[in-house]
Design a protein around this ligand. Structure first.
Ligand code: UD1
Length: 426
C-alpha cells in the first residue's frame, strides 16, 4: 500500500486569504481505525467506503496484512479479506507508528484467543496508560503477562462475557471491550462507556457483520456474544474534527464555507462556540454552512470533556481561531495532560496565550504574523495551519507527517476553498 513520505515535508502557507467555498468532509480517522481492527473478527470480506487515505489508516492495513488478512485500497474504499488469520502479534514498529493500534488487542484476542504486542508507551499528548483496557480483558478471562515491554495475552478457554465498570469513559477501552466481547461466550455489559459517535459507528459496523450490540451512544453498552461474524459493506462516518478544522479556517479568515458530508449533531458542543464568536452557523441535511464575522469575539470558558462535551481534539483548532478574537477566552483541558504544546508555536506567530496546567488564557490580538513553526502533534499541527491562514505573510510549517496522520491532503482541501497552501520537500 502506497505511503506518502511526509516526514521531510513542509507546508508553505501565504496568509490573509479568505476561505470561501464548498468542501467535502473526509471519513473519520478515529472511526476507520477501530473498524479496520474489527475486520480481524470477521471471517469474510469487508468493503469499507469513505475510508480516509491517511498514514494511520495505511499503518492499520499493514497490521492487518501482518495478521494474515488481505487488504486492498482503491481510492477511499478499503477491502479486507479475513478468511484465515496466520498471526496474532503486532510488530513493534507498527505499534510505535500508531499508538491507537492497541485497539487491535481486543479484536485479535476475540478471534484467536491470544495476542502479543508491545506496550504502546507515551505519545505527544503525554502518558497514555492502558490500565482500563487490561483490567477489562482480565475480567473477561484473559491472562496477561508484561515482560520487556511486550504484552503477551492468552485465553486458552476463550473469552467470556463480563460486567465491566470503567472508572473513566475511555474511548479506546470501550472499543477494545466491544471488539473482545463480540465473539465471547455470554453477555458483556460496559458501564460508564464512552458515548463518542465513533463508538456508535463501530457498533453499527459490527452489527452489520452479525454482532449483537445495543445501548451504544449511551453510557451502558450491552454485547451478546455470537459464534461468528460475516463480511459486509459499510461507510465510515464523516470526521467531526476535520469538520471543526474547516469551520475554524473559515471563521478565522472571516470567510464562508459549506461543508458537505458533515453531521452537525456530532459537533453540537462546538457549534455554539462558533455562534459565540459571532459566526453564523446553519446546519442543514448533511451540510454545515458557516459565515465568519469580523472581528471574531472571545468566548467565555471552553472545557474539554468526554462526549457529548467539547472534544479535546478540537481544543487546539478552536484556540487558533480565538487568537484573533476580541477579548479574553479561557480554555480548560480536562482529558490529556500535555495538550498545550502548540501554544508556544502560536505565540511565535504573535498570539497572546498563557498556559499553565489545565488552563490556557487567550487574549485576542489584532494581527498574527507568518513564522517558521513546527507541528507538535496532529491537532496542534492543524491549529498552526488554521492560524497561518489568518496571519500576515508566509508561514512555513514543518513536521507535516503528524498532520498527515489525520488529514487527507490538507493543502488540497484548503486550496480548494481559496487558501494559498503548498507542500514542499524540505
Ligand atoms: C481517543 C481518540 C483521540 C481522542 C480521545 C479522547 C482514537 C484513535 N483516538 O483516544 O483522538 O483525543 O479518544 O476523545 O480514537 N486513560 C487511562 N487509562 C486507560 C485509558 C485511558 O488513564 O486505560 C486516560 C487517558 O490517559 C486520557 C483519558 O483517559 O487521559 C482519555 O483517553 P481515551 O478516551 O482512552 O482516549 P483514546 O482512546 O486513547
Amino acid at each position: 500500500m502506497k505511503r506518502r513520505e511526509s516526514f521531510m515535508q513542509r507546508l508553505v502557507i501565504e496568509g490573509e486569504k479568505r476561505i470561501s467555498g464548498e468542501i467535502e468532509v473526509q471519513g473519520a480517522k478515529n472511526s476507520a481505525l477501530p473498524l479496520l481492527a474489527g475486520c480481524v473478527l470477521v471471517k469474510g470480506e469487508i468493503v469499507l467506503h469513505n475510508c480516509p487515505r491517511l498514514s494511520d489508516v495505511f499503518a492499520a492495513c499493514r497490521i492487518l496484512t501482518c495478521l494474515g488478512c488481505r487488504c486492498r485500497s482503491q481510492g477511499n474504499t478499503v477491502t479486507v479479506k479475513s478468511y484465515e488469520l496466520t498471526g496474532s502479534s503486532v510488530p513493534d514498529e507498527l505499534m510505535r507508528e500508531m499508538r491507537s493500534s492497541i485497539v487491535f488487542l481486543g479484536a485479535v484476542l476475540g478471534r484467536t484467543g491470544e495476542c502479543s504486542l508491545s506496550f504502546p508507551g507515551g505519545c505527544e499528548l503525554g502518558p497514555r496508560p492502558i490500565d482500563m483496557h487490561i483490567s477489562a480483558l482480565k475480567q473477561m478471562g484473559v491472562s496477561i503477562k508484561e515482560e520487556h515491554g511486550v504484552l503477551s495475552c492468552s485465553c486458552a478457554r476463550g473469552l467470556r462475557g463480563a460486567k465491566i465498570s470503567l472508572s473513566f469513559p475511555s474511548v479506546g477501552a470501550t472499543e477494545n471491550i466491544m471488539l473482545a466481547a463480540c465473539l465471547a461466550k455470554g453477555d458483556t455489559v460496559i458501564y460508564n462507556a464512552a458515548r463518542e459517535p465513533e463508538i456508535s459507528d463501530l457498533a453499527n459496523f459490527l452489527n452489520a457483520c452479525g454482532a449483537r450490540i445495543s445501548g451504544h451512544g449511551s453510557s451502558t453498552v450491552y454485547i451478546t456474544g455470537v459464534k461468528s461474524l460475516h463480511g459486509c459493506e459499510y461507510s465510515v462516518m464523516p470526521d467531526r474534527i476535520a469538520a471543526c478544522t474547516m469551520l475554524a479556517a473559515a471563521a478565522v479568515t472571516n470567510g464562508e464555507i459549506s461543508l458537505k458530508n458533515a453531521r452537525s449533531q456530532d459537533i453540537d458542543s462546538v457549534i455554539p462556540v462558533f455562534d459565540q464568536m459571532g459566526c453564523t452557523v446553519y446546519p442543514y441535511d448533511d451540510r454545515i454552512y458557516l459565515c465568519g464575522k469580523k472581528p471574531l469575539r472571545a468566548v467565555k470558558t471552553i472545557r474539554t470533556m468526554p462526549y457529548p462535551g467539547f472534544p479535546t481534539d478540537a481544543q487546539a483548532i478552536i484556540m487558533a481561531a480565538l487568537t484573533k478574537a476580541q477579548g479574553t477566552s479561557v480554555i480548560v483541558e480536562n482529558i490529556f495532560e500535555n495538550r498545550y504544546r502548540h501554544v508556544d508555536e502560536l505565540v511565535r506567530m504573535g498570539a497572546d496565550i498563557k498556559a499553565e496546567g489545565k488552563v490556557a488564557v487567550v487574549e485576542g490580538v489584532k494581527r498574527l504574523y507568518g513564522a517558521s513553526v513546527r507541528a507538535t502533534d496532529l491537532r496542534g499541527g492543524a491549529a498552526l495551519a488554521v492560524a497561518a491562514l489568518a496571519a500576515e505573510g508566509q508561514t512555513v510549517l514543518t513536521n507535516v507527517k503528524l498532520i498527515d496522520r489525520g488529514y487527507e491532503e490538507i493543502e488540497k482541501q484548503l486550496s480548494l476553498a481559496g487558501a494559498s497552501v503548498r507542500r514542499e520537500n524540505s
